[in-house]
Design a protein around this ligand. Structure first.
Ligand SMILES: [Fe+2]
Ligand SMILES: [Fe+2]
Length: 384
């Protein structure tokens, strides 16, 4: 893939991976992007995951013909991008390795060496000239690791954005960008909204025509669409009108209550009601939906004097990612001592700007006239 006549794609597609970062399902695989900027001096942007060293080196050689690269620029030390730094160093013994002080500290921790005799240590805002291409390093700490730096090519107006603007999915599979970029964002970067906001401010000062992330497609059209989504996501704003119902159900009674609420909400004209069984559907998909909509309903049982495990994990996934600015309704179920609502509220105690609905639905084992009336009232409250 040619980005411009002097910038080339040399990344790889991974269809063998079961869980990205040991946690996330990637039904359409994953791409580890890497780029070559050809100029008087040649730079390679990041390496790829450990299983793809041969393919990556072959891609670089195919682009460079007989010549060797002068620099490997290391924007992020997470192993999906750094695993082949050693391989690169062996293959191209005269190339320098560009990073910041934190990059090299991590390199030593991962590989036992920080390539001391080949280092180029850069600071935030520093530039590196390749001839006609002028690269400026834009540090983006905690997006989503502390050493992360991004690179602005002011000649080509290309922004190499590390993991920002990345998504799940290999590049040889066609799929909607936002769906898998949102799941990636809230799964992996979501906790660091303030740091992403800081990055967006820095990016706004640059004339960017192309974004080259480390995962997912190169973005070159309608950049405002992607920047606006990132602004909404990192600002914990509401992206879509509607509501998300997340439930767990042991014998199907809580599920019935959740489905009845969905029906009532739709009757009352709620524009979109998403619903998920947390035990059976992808957790990261549910996390993404909780952040996408402004309203969330949690339906679960009391369990071991706490709440059902998948709900506990889900709430934990939300609160540790800074869940805020949302309205939450609760459907609790319990056969002898229902206490899920109280426990759920306590779990959001430290979250900012969470409003609980006045109505809480209490199901005692199975729906009855009283709990159905509460569901009606909750639906009313959530659509007003
Ligand atoms: Fe990463
Ligand atoms: Fe990554």
């Amino acid at each position: 893939m040619v980005i411009r006549d002097d910038i080339f794609y040399v990344g790889v597609n991974d269809h063998q991976l079961d869980l990205f970062e040991g946690l996330y399902d990637v039904p359409n695989g994953m791409a580890y992007n890497s780029y070559v900027i050809k100029d008087e001096k040649t730079a390679v942007m990041d390496s790829v995951d450990r299983n793809f060293g041969d393919e990556w080196i072959a891609n670089i050689k195919a682009v460079l013909g007989g010549s060797a690269p002068d620099f490997l620029i290391v924007q992020h030390m997470e192993p999906d991008h750094s695993a082949n730094i050693g391989r690169f160093a062996e293959e191209f013994p005269d190339a320098k390795i560009v990073g910041n002080a934190k990059t090299f500290t991590m390199m030593k921790r991962f590989f036992g060496t920080d390539f001391a005799d080949r280092q180029v240590v850069v600071k935030d805002g520093e530039t590196l000239s390749l001839g006609s291409h002028e690269l400026k390093f834009v540090f983006a700490p905690m997006v989503h690791w502390p050493e992360v730096m991004m690179t602005y090519d002011s000649t080509a107006k290309v922004f190499f954005s590390a993991d920002a603007f990345g998504k799940f999915g290999a590049l040889d599979v066609e799929e909607d960008w936002a769906c898998e970029a949102r799941r990636y964002y809230f799964g992996i970067v979501g906790k660091y909204g303030a740091q992403v906001q800081a990055l967006l401010k820095k990016a706004a000062a640059l004339d960017i025509q192309t974004i080259c992330p480390l995962h997912g497609p190169v973005l070159s059209e309608n950049l405002d669409y992607y920047l606006n989504l990132y602004n909404t996501w990192s600002g914990y704003g509401v992206e879509s009108e509607g509501l998300f119902i997340a439930y767990t159900s042991v014998y199907g009674n809580t599920k019935k209550a959740a489905e009845l609420l969905k029906e009532k909400l739709e009757e009352k004209g709620c524009p979109k009601v998403a619903i998920a069984d947390l035990a059976r559907e992808d957790m990261a998909e549910s996390v993404e939906d909780a952040f996408r909509y402004g309203k969330l309903v949690l339906a679960t049982t009391t369990y071991n004097a706490d709440i059902f495990p998948f709900m506990r994990e889900f709430i934990n996934d939300l609160t540790e990612r800074g869940y805020q600015n949302r309205t939450i309704g609760i459907i609790e179920n319990g056969t002898w001592a229902p206490m899920a609502a109280k426990i759920i509220k306590a779990k959001f105690e430290k979250s900012k700007n969470i409003t609980f609905t006045e109505t809480t639905v209490t199901v005692n084992s199975a729906l009855d006239a009283a709990s159905e009336a509460q569901i009606e009232a909750l639906a009313e409250e959530l659509t007003n």
